[in-house]
Design a protein around this ligand. Sequence first.
Ligand code: PGA
Length: 245
Amino acid sequence: MLIIANWKAYVDTTEKAKKLFTSAKRLTQYADIALAMPHPYIGMCASGPKSKVSLAAQDVSISTGGADTGEVTASTLASLGVTYTIVGHSERRAKGEADEMILEKVKRLLAHNITPILCIGEKERDMDATYLNVVRAQITAVFSQLSQKERLSMVIAYEPVWAIGKTAAESIQPVELEEMVLYIRKVLGEYLPGKSASKVRVLYGGSAEPGNARALAGGSGVDGFLVGHASVDVPTFSALIKAVS
Ligand code: PGA
């Protein structure tokens, strides 16, 4: 399982960041762990001794560098040893980030050998299942513009917006997740021939907590989780990881 912690802006002191990073190192025996942290902490964690915890960023600029005040480029992230970067998170889409910009970000990351974690997910579910079209369009906007090799370098995080930042009880049900993972793989299959679509890792995010993670992992076909609020408390994150390992 690949577990990516999305610290969002919850972690706002170096003390908290250090504590979470140190405890994550002890959890690498149970799962592959990546920590998506605010940019300044990446440098801090990168400067310490090598560990099995992968460093991840929560966003990247489309800038290629130079006179571009305030931007953090993919080459900067690559120079720090960042392995993964989240793109298209719904909290950024809500601020106006459109598919075109998401595609640009994906391309910048791939050019620097950083694995994009492409977040997709509907705002709400309706009886007519138009939410499936939303998810299809989000995948298509990116995958239709990539080469076969680039497609295989992607990770998808299915994060229904209605399930983010809630509780395990309000999150997606295992059977709903299983259906969605099948659907996502079907759409991926339109861009990747034969069995290769199954090589793209599909994660779930949206109130994954110690209480529901095991049920969501079992049988749904997900390859891991993108974890928000449950990743910024040491005992909770550790319980979640042990539950799915
Ligand atoms: P959550 O966030 O686990 O707090 O719901 C997940 C995410 O938004 O990545």
